[in-house]
Design a protein around this ligand. Structure first.
Ligand code: MLT
Ligand code: ZN
Length: 472
């Protein structure tokens, strides 16, 4: 059974009931809160939730889910609301469950190198906590200052260090979840080795709140990296980036390998608060990072740079000599998403295996040039792990609806190529509402049927983030 918008006439009664489940003042229904909490960073949808509820404990989350089952009210989880697939958008009278007040770091275990925390902990808060304790939480991305751990788990967030550390999935050693039936499950008990059948923890990671809500997570930490050093290299064309990756990969243990185009760099330079990496203009730039733990490694990096110049793959480059320079070089890449958000971009987040990237990108680029001749296209991404971000900027004078409709037409051709290369239509941003109609380009109909069946087990009344990942 699927639930739909809650009848408005019943609202006062059920809102009072909802209020009785949490602390005083922890249910909001004012228009500003409904607007703010009903959306994420996507701009396609107009938020229209019925209420926002702020639980403080796992027991309160259970009570909310049981209440929602009784009244057939749809629930939408809300973290830092930095998502780019509208998985946290509530546009049909749903109740938004915000984890803002479940934001405590609960316990550090130095021996196990783990930290137990609530889902509303901000990514940066966890990173800082790890650093203060001489350790490292390696999953990182531009929105780390506001994204929450629960949301990262819900979308299996990736980011800029995946080439070395993998995605969020690799760093979750245990989860407590409230299922769509209101049951509290403890998954994996923080074990490293556990061969006792299905790993339900992994099922919940990336499930976008469609099976249940994370109410506690134990995250793994790593040793702190040693003297992170960054290089930005200008390449004469896109085809040169992959040989550069292979050259450096063979010689250094890379912690990141990113790329961006000259159009992206131009937008960053226009901000006026980021230093230019070097004066030479090139069509593409690679940004790579490694631990220069000793002089030999730094010399190896310079020798590899010279080799790339001799081969004609690199025209100019710069290597950071201080923490400040490292941060400035990273701003060239990390500020891109926020900077171009001014032009309401249509975002594609596609991936293939690394070996297929050159041929794949050539085909995608041909489609994009043929079908978006009048739109500015900004390429960037985590090319070291095969993930490309294709951003189409909205011309200032074109209405949002017309722009998104044009982009949706081109999607078909882009995703046909993704399918041909056995790639993913969403490498790290999730499916949500934005990509759900394209899921069949990455998952077979039979696989989707199994996914639906799994959802029905955990959420028989269809109250958990309905309409996300697949249509109702
Ligand atoms: C990034 O790589 O910057 C993030 O995935 C956000 C984006 O694609 O804009
Ligand atoms: Zn990204």
């Amino acid at each position: 059974m699927n639930c739909s918008r809650v009848p408005l006439m019943n609202q006062p009664a059920w809102i009072d009931e909802l209020k009785s489940l949490v602390e005083p003042g922890k249910v909001l229904t004012d228009p500003d809160s409904l607007q703010a909490y009903g959306k994420d960073w996507t701009r396609q949808y107009d938020p229209a939730p019925s209420a926002i509820v702020f639980p403080k404990t796992a027991e309160q989350v259970q009570a909310i889910v049981r209440w929602a089952n009784t009244h057939k009210v749809a629930l939408v989880p809300s973290g830092g609301r930095t998502g780019l697939s509208a998985a946290a958008v509530a546009m049909n009278g749903e109740v938004v469950v915000s984890f803002d007040y479940m934001n405590q770091i609960l316990e550090l275990n130095v021996t196990d190198r783990t930290v137990r925390c609530q889902p509303g902990v901000i990514t940066k808060q966890l990173q800082n906590f790890a650093e203060e304790n001489g350790l490292y939480y390696p999953v990182d991305f531009a929105s780390s200052g506001s994204s929450q751990i629960g949301g990262n788990i819900g979308t299996n967030a990736g980011g800029i260090k995946v080439i070395r550390y993998g995605m969020t999935r690799n760093w979750v050693s245990g989860l407590k979840v409230v299922t769509g039936k209101g049951d509290l499950l403890e998954l994996n008990k923080d074990l490293i080795k556990n061969a006792t059948g299905y790993d339900l923890r992994q099922l919940f990671i990336g499930s976008e709140g469609t099976l249940g809500f994370v109410v506690e997570a134990t995250m793994r930490l790593d040793r702190a990296p040693n003297n992170l050093t960054c290089m930005v290299l200008g390449t004469p064309d896109f085809d040169s980036i992959m040989p550069v990756l292979h050259a450096f990969h063979g010689k250094l243990d890379l912690t990141a390998f990113e790329f961006f185009s000259d159009k992206g760099l131009a937008r960053i330079m226009a901000r006026g608060d980021v230093p230019e990496p070097f004066a030479t203009k090139t069509p593409f730039y690679a940004l790579l990072e490694f631990e220069a733990s000793n002089e030999e490694i730094a010399n190896q990096a310079l020798a590899t740079f010279e080799h790339c110049v001799e081969q004609g793959w690199v025209i100019d480059g710069v290597m950071s000599q201080s923490k400040q320079q490292l941060q400035n070089l990273w701003k060239l890449r990390e500020y891109l998403s926020e900077t171009i958000s001014h032009w309401t971009p249509y975002k594609n987040d596609i991936s293939v295996t690394v070996s297929k990237v050159p041929a794949f990108l050539r085909e995608i680029d041909a489609i994009v040039s043929a079908h978006y001749p009048d739109f500015e296209v900004v390429w960037y991404g985590h090319i070291g792990d095969g993930n490309l971000h294709l951003n189409i900027l909205k011309p200032e004078n074109l209405p949002k609806e017309a722009f998104f409709a044009t982009c949706a037409k081109v999607n078909k051709w882009v995703f046909e190529i993704v399918e041909k290369y056995n790639g993913s239509i969403s490498a790290e941003h999730g499916v949500g509402l934005v990509k759900r109609d394209y899921l069949e380009y990455s998952r077979s109909p039979m696989e989707i049927d199994y996914m639906r069946a799994v959802k029905a087990v955990f959420d028989p009344n269809g109250i958990m983030n309905p309409g996300k990942i697949f249509a109702l």
